[in-house]
Design a protein around this ligand. Structure first.
Ligand SMILES: [Zn+2]
Length: 208
């Protein structure tokens, strides 16, 4: 009488361990799929940030702080922008602002649902507020702005439980290139200012 029961137990145990190993396999497959998806997302993030970087270079060509941004909807760029504050005498003309205005026009909607914004520098408080208003789903930025960044560095407006919309944040994509572009720009500007100051001083001396 005991034999069949123990056999049954044994067979149950075998079944159980078989199903466990099947489960483990499916976890392994699933995690491979997830990492494949992550790889795909990382590749897409890189590609779109490269475009934002090109836009930042355009800003630099206009002697503006080199920041560029793109808005992506369903895998497609629907808005692009770069800093134009000085050119347009418009303090609100930041890269994000310009990209979002274009995307809103494209979607014919003031809500940018299911959109991702890529920007080469962490958004300022104004732009982070704008991202919340526009209901951007995800924000990807390259360099952190420790002084005024509002996606976690100096403030947290992009993902703040006190606000009515929270944004998923990723950072560090193409960070080195974007940071280098910014620091080279500020270095050049400091040098130009110093030279201008020296020239003015020389000019004064000549006229004494
Ligand atoms: Zn801004």
């Amino acid at each position: 009488m005991t034999e069949p029961s123990s056999l049954k137990l044994k067979s149950e145990k075998i079944n159980c361990s078989e199903s466990d190993s099947a489960k483990n396999n499916s976890i392994v497959n699933e995690s491979a799929e997830v990492s494949e998806l992550n790889d795909m997302q990382a590749q897409l993030d890189f590609t779109f940030m490269q475009r934002a970087y090109e836009l930042a270079q355009q800003a630099e060509q206009h002697d503006e702080i080199p920041v560029g941004a793109v808005v992506v909807h369903q895998g497609k760029i629907i808005g692009e922008g770069f800093n134009q504050s000085i050119t347009l005498n418009d303090p609100s003309s930041h890269a994000e602002m310009n990209a979002i205005r274009q995307a809103g026009t494209y979607l014919n909607n003031y809500r940018l649902l299911d959109c991702t914004l890529y920007v080469t520098l962490e958004p300022c408080p104004m732009c982070a507020g704008l991202l919340v208003h526009s209901r951007i789903q995800r924000l990807v930025f390259a360099s952190h702005d420790l002084k005024t960044g509002a996606a976690g560095s100096a403030f947290n407006l992009a993902n703040n439980s006190q606000l009515n919309h929270q944004i998923e944040i990723s950072s560090g994509v193409l960070q080195e290139s974007c940071s280098q572009l910014l620091s080279a720009f500020f270095k050049r500007r400091r040098k130009e200012k110093k030279q201008a100051k020296q020239a003015a001083k020389n000019n004064q001396l000549e006229h004494k």
